[in-house]
Design a protein around this ligand. Structure first.
Ligand SMILES: [Zn+2]
Length: 158
């Protein structure tokens, strides 16, 4: 199908075979770098706070998105939190059934206004998971951390 071809019947799927080479470089930005450096070196999470708006951002931001204050004071917010919301996946991308369901959750960190989306530990019985459940991040051993989201193995129940 040529890119200029007009689609008159939207119920008939169209496609073309081929490959699209995609390369990208994703940077963490100033706040993201500090966040992942703290995970790697100190085993903790950082946030930034806007006193004017009474908001603590996790992951940290360099500007408050409400009042545009510059935020340059980073605070240690710890690695514990609670399940804000979650979803359970029972199938793999190819449609096959997972041996163990995986739970992806939004974890509200401490008493901040932000959080991290990550997996819950597979040892948690997915039928017992509830909004408000307290959890704690499981990090890779310090020597194995590289300063990325993969330094966080997941969250376990506490
Ligand atoms: Zn603000």
């Amino acid at each position: 199908m040529a890119i200029t071809e007009k689609i008159n019947n939207t119920t008939v799927p169209t496609f073309w075979e081929g490959e699209i080479p995609v390369r990208y470089v994703y940077t963490y930005g100033l706040a993201g770098e500090k966040f992942f450096r703290a995970v790697k070196d100190k085993g903790t999470f950082l946030g930034t706070r806007c006193e004017d708006c009474d908001i603590t951002f996790v992951p940290p931001k360099i500007y408050c998105d409400r009042c545009f204050n510059k935020l340059d004071k980073y605070i240690d917010v710890g690695i514990t939190g609670y399940v804000e919301t979650f979803t359970i996946t029972f199938h793999n991308m190819d449609g096959s059934e997972k041996k163990v369901p995986r739970v992806l959750a939004m974890i509200r960190i401490g008493d901040t206004d932000g959080g991290i989306i990550h997996y819950l530990d597979e040892s948690i019985d997915y039928e017992q998971i509830a909004i408000g459940m307290p959890v704690k991040a499981v990090l890779k051993p310090k020597g194995q951390r590289k300063g990325s989201i993969e330094d966080i193995v997941g969250f376990k129940a506490v």
